[in-house]
Design a protein around this ligand. Structure first.
Ligand SMILES: Nc1nc2c(c(=O)[nH]1)N[C@H]1C(S)=C(S)[C@@H](COP(=O)(O)O)O[C@H]1N2
Ligand SMILES: [Mo]
Length: 300
């Protein structure tokens, strides 16, 4: 079996699950005497309540299944996620085509719960399950000359109705600097709320980089390449003036067409609540050091 997360829950179980997750976080933090510090703790402390399952899985961007927010939920069931292989190549000692189940089972990577904020013009708090990208990179042994990690999504015209239109250049690609990729907050997600990640959210595994805008979090990854040159990224290729390589959440740098100072909180109803957008999405204490000395208005 490729998948680990239990699929025995129904949608009705999600609310109790939310209560459980909150309790566990609060109790865990108190027991450790950490006052909600630790991995992602500072950002979580302000927004403990995770977004509901229905919102997380019905309001998506996954252009391979259409450009409407509801299109992925309607169309993504067509994606075959089993079997699934990930090619890992470039500057690594152990390149190869790795079966998803081998990555999960044989490589001694421990899957965990990561409650992380995700931001675009809107924001959600998603209880992801998965593992740190750094664990996967350790498994393939990154070579000294590697400086960047490139990612690629599956391209399946038979299963993806959206790729017949050239709205972006296919396949969808993304990239991180190696130190960003190695950061413990950078995860490969395989589940949400303890269930296998739904196709519309990027099954069977997708990147999550919680201090960057959502579009950096590439879905349904089939290839990871270690390289010494900055890799192309889909949104930068499609509009370099509006989307840079870094794409950190930065309320001080406006998108050319709109302010990025606040975000709409998904799941707060018709008259949705807005909240100020935090630098690095609230993870500044964890990640600001990665960008010390850089002009973030230039490297946006
Ligand atoms: N392959 C692929 N990955 C993708 C996208 C996409 O269209 N194709 N959209 C991105 C964008 S624009 C966002 S905002 C997030 C949305 O993730 P979510 O649907 O899980 O909230 O996925 C990102 N990853
Ligand atoms: Mo997006």
């Amino acid at each position: 079996m490729a998948h680990r997360w239990k699929n025995t829950l129904t949608d009705n179980d999600v609310t109790p699950e939310r209560v459980f997750l909150n309790r566990r976080q609060i109790i865990g933090a108190a027991a450790a005497g950490l006052a909600l510090s630790g991995l992602g703790g500072r950002a979580q402390a302000e927004t403990l309540e995770p977004t509901g399952w229905d919102d997380i899985t019905s309001y998506n961007n996954y252009y391979e299944f259409g450009t409407g927010k509801g299109d992925p939920a309607t169309n993504a069931h067509k994606l075959t996620v089993e079997p699934w292989n990930v090619r890992i190549d470039g500057l690594v000692d152990r390149p190869g085509d790795y079966a998803f189940e081998d990555i999960l089972n044989k490589m001694t990577i421990e899957e965990r719960l990561y409650r992380l904020r995700c931001v675009e013009a809107w924001s959600m708090v998603v209880p992801w399950n998965g593992f740190e990208l750094a664990d996967l990179l350790a498994m393939v042994v990154v070579q000294g000359g590697a400086k960047y990690v490139a990612f690629e999504t599956a391209l399946r015209p038979d299963e993806m109705p959206g790729v017949h239109r050239p709205v972006i250049e296919w396949p969808y690609v993304e990239g991180l600097r190696l130190d960003e990729a190695m950061h413990p907050l950078t995860i490969m997600a395989t589940g949400i709320y303890g269930r296998d990640i739904p196709n519309q959210n990027g099954a069977p595994l997708r990147l999550v980089v919680p201090w960057k805008y959502g579009f950096k979090s590439i879905k349904s990854v089939v290839r990871i390449t270690l390289t010494d040159t900055m890799p192309p990224t889909t949104w930068n290729k499609s509009n370099a003036r509006e989307y840079g390589f870094y794409s950190n959440v930065n309320p001080q740098v406006d998108h050319p067409r709109w302010s990025q100072a606040s975000e709409r909180v998904v799941g707060t109803g018709l008259f949705a609540r807005r909240q100020p957008t935090l630098m690095f999405n609230g993870y500044g204490e964890d990640v600001a050091g990665l960008y010390a000395g850089m002009d973030l208005a230039k490297h946006f």
